[in-house]
Design a protein around this ligand. Structure first.
Ligand code: SDX
Length: 432
């Protein structure tokens, strides 16, 4: 069935094309509205605006559905790992054994971050935001890999596979370097023989004469955490990557911008904010009711962090998976984390509270993810950089869609001007 749309303005009708996606999502194509009717569409924050057609991720916020290239997140969480899911998100298909081997090798071969880049960190006080340091280091990648960053789609697409591997592998290494820098510890070089997550844990926690001993449950939990963050449709930071990419910027520059957007407490910064919230509740001996009462005040600064979502009006499927994984990991490690109990109590209390029910506010991916990272030994101020490692494949896949779109154009939204109307210049000696 073909859908048609028509906009009636005053006594004139303007027919508009309708676009229907493979999952039945429908959009009114308003691209011609300015030329035919002299109107732009207005949607502050783009909450109900499709900025692109994409094949990477499908979200159904009402039913809590998340699929990458058609594969349900629940099945990927149960059967896949971060590297395989990264391949799927980037290349569109699950890899064959040979493709998986080649991709994994490319990641291992690109794990080392140039020693001179350590000086970028030294330009920051150790108290600096790890996301600022990460964004700065990623922004420097074109200087070290100019052959992968031509700011020319035709050239950059020819070297995409290598650039993608550099981005995924080095962002992981950079996060470990930032951690070591902040702790005043010597950097640990990656070990090419180690798988992706084990290599990260080695670079984070090995000591000069005592290698980190891999714990299978920890590696599994880290893989799951990163896999669940791999992509998430047109979220704030991924849209930023596409915006910057649309000016024909290279992959690294575009990702660096995305990392800066991710840092915000309403977005990727929420996982750390959740832990600060849970810790405050614990330290004050509160049962969470004070936080819930404050969260219902409506002010953005009192929100129940880790709750609500711009798209989901149901459970974030990732929150359910991570919530279950928390219990498993903690029990296997013999950790009794009071913050997990507080989180579970908070979730139960909020889900019974009409304020949250009426606004369809449910736990999102950030509500439990901090518990897992705390159990792994990641400090709270590094949580959002972990999100960035996980989201790298999503940024890469979206950059590729922009770069390879033959009909693509620079992203340039319009606005409705509400400032002063025409007025003549007044010399300073005549101003009031
Ligand atoms: C991520 O977009 C993505 O896909 C992001 C992400 C990804 O993978 O990339 O999923 C990752 O960013 C998850 C979200 C992490 N952020 C938080 O947990 C911060 C707390 N959550 C909120 O700030 C909020 O829910 C947002 C930012 C996530 C969504 O904001 P919206 O869609 O703009 O919601 P809104 O501000 O329009 O709120 C609607 C109502 C308001 O009340 P009323 O004005 O109708 O009375 O719900 C209230 C809000 O005050 N509300 C909350 C709340 N979230 C929304 N009230 C209390 N606590 C909250 N957490």
């Amino acid at each position: 069935m073909t859908h048609t749309a028509s906009l009636k303005i005053d006594d004139k009708e303007y027919p508009l094309p309708v676009i229907v996606g493979t999952e039945g999502e429908k959009a009114v194509d308003t691209r011609t509205l300015r030329a035919t009717a002299g109107y732009v569409a207005y949607d502050q924050g783009y909450g109900n605006t499709g900025s692109c057609e994409s094949k990477v991720t499908f979200l159904n916020g009402d039913d809590g559905i998340l699929r990458h290239r058609g594969y349900p997140i629940e099945q990927l969480a149960n059967h896949s790992d971060f590297v395989e899911t990264s391949y799927l998100v980037i290349y569109g298909e699950l890899p064959t054994a040979a493709q998986r081997k080649e991709f994994g090798l490319r990641l291992r071969q690109n794990a080392v971050v140039e020693t001179q880049m350590q000086k970028i960190l030294e330009g920051f006080p150790t108290s600096a935001s790890p996301m600022a340091m990460l964004s700065a280091m990623v922004a420097a990648l074109p200087a070290y890999h100019p052959q992968l960053a031509n700011n020319n789609f035709e050239k950059d697409l020819k070297v995409f596979d290598q650039a993608a591997a550099v981005a995924i592998s080095k962002i992981r290494t950079m996060v470990a370097m930032i951690y070591r820098y902040q702790k005043g510890l010597p950097f640990m070089f990656p070990k090419q023989e180690l798988p992706f997550c084990d290599n990260f844990l080695h670079m984070m926690f090995s000591e000069p004469y005592k290698d980190y001993v891999s714990v299978p449950e920890v590696t599994k939990a880290l893989n799951l955490f990163l896999l669940l963050h791999a992509d998430h449709e047109q979220n704030c930071s991924t849209s930023t990557v596409r915006m910057v990419a649309s000016s024909s910027s290279n992959l690294f520059t575009s990702i660096s911008a995305g990392i800066s957007a991710l840092a915000g407490p309403l977005h990727g910064g929420a996982n750390a904010a959740v832990m600060h919230m849970l810790q405050s509740i614990h330290d004050e001996g509160d049962d969470g009711s004070r936080f819930i009462a404050a969260a219902k005040s409506g002010s953005k600064s009192n929100r129940l962090m880790g709750f609500g979502h711009a798209v989901y009006r149901n459970f974030d499927p990732r929150a359910k998976i991570i919530g279950q994984a928390c219990g498993t990991l903690l029990s296997k490690l013999g950790i009794d984390d009071p913050l997990l109990n507080i989180a579970q109590h908070l979730e139960q209390a909020a889900l019974k509270d009409d304020y949250f029910i009426s606004r369809k506010l449910y736990p999102n991916v950030d509500f439990y993810s901090g518990i897992i990272m705390r159990a792994i030994g990641i400090p709270v101020n590094m949580f959002t950089t972990m999100f960035a490692i996980g989201r790298a494949p999503g940024y890469i896949a979206n950059w590729h869609e922009v770069a390879s779109n033959p009909k693509g154009r620079i992203y340039r939204p319009r606005q409705i001007y509400v400032g002063p109307v025409l007025r003549p210049y007044v010399p300073i000696d005549q101003r009031g």
